[in-house]
Design a binder for this molecule. Structure first.
Ligand code: PEP
Length: 252
């Protein structure tokens, strides 16, 4: 059975006191929850070191980005081996904000994926279309391209380590959510791609998260879809009062 996962992307939000307060609130809130659901947060990189020392936390940590190189003269960057040395288990790759503002291409993301896997850090690979691509009916082709260019060189053992996150760009931070049918349709399409490239048993093992204005009021109906294995949450991950009810969207 594939994992159910809810991951919170804090982006460039929360100063130190706020970040620590939220982390503590989440630790307390998540402690008693269903162990079946994996909870991950991706805070600003400067908090990873401190949070990674927290004992007995059920909350796994993700970086929001990494550099594709091993080490060297790349001022301001963080390598996968630095993340691994702190015990960071996950790293977001290809978030639409990085694709848009930092011009990250599928070819570059492929290198980041390889560098992370070489250091046993699991990539959370984000992909999804902008509104114009959906309106032009090009969203399936685009997603296929994003996935095949960055991931389809991986072997079976490697692809099983990747968490997929479908994030339609028109739904990120806009308050507009893909309806459950739109989410399920794309997740089903991605699973079919995986079955064609690898095989059905591999496709059935891989978690595909939905991201884009997922919040307490819609998490339950999104997570009820058979191919939606959880969520990547932005705005609603910034408060325990909203993030915990999103995780609870798996209940009932
Ligand atoms: C995100 O940025 O990954 C995201 C899903 O943001 P939001 O939930 O705010 O739309």
């Amino acid at each position: 059975m594939r994992k159910k996962i809810v991951a919170g992307n804090w982006k460039m939000n929360l100063n130190y006191d706020e970040a620590v307060a939220l982390y503590n609130d989440l630790k307390n809130g998540v402690e008693l929850m269903d162990q079946e659901i994996k909870v991950i947060i991706a805070p600003s990189a400067i908090y990873l070191s401190e949070f990674s020392q927290s004992k007995n936390s059920r909350i796994a940590l993700a970086a929001q980005n990494c550099n594709e190189n091993k080490n060297g003269a790349y001022t301001g960057e963080i390598s996968p081996s630095m993340l691994a040395a702190l015990g960071i288990q996950y790293c977001l790759v290809g978030h639409s904000e990085r694709r848009a503002y930092f011009k990250e291409s599928n070819e570059l993301l492929k290198l980041k994926i390889d560098a992370l896997l070489a250091n046993s850090v699991a990539p959370i690979y984000c992909f999804g279309e902008v509104l114009a691509e959906r309106e032009a009916g090009n969203h399936f082709n685009l997603v296929k391209d994003q996935i095949s260019k960055a991931l389809f060189h991986l072997d079976e053992e490697e692809i099983l380590k990747v968490i997929f996150a479908y994030e339609p760009v028109w739904a990120i931070g806009t308050g507009v959510t893909a309806n459950p049918d739109q989410a399920e349709e794309m997740h089903g399409f991605v699973r079919e791609l995986l079955a064609e490239k690898y095989d059905q048993s591999i496709a059935d093992e891989i978690s595909i998260l939905y991201g884009g204005s997922c919040k307490p009021s819609n998490a339950k109906e999104l997570f009820a879809n058979s191919d939606v294995d959880g969520g990547l949450i932005g705005g609603a991950a910034l408060k325990a009062e909203t993030f915990i009810p999103v995780i609870n969207g798996f209940r009932e």
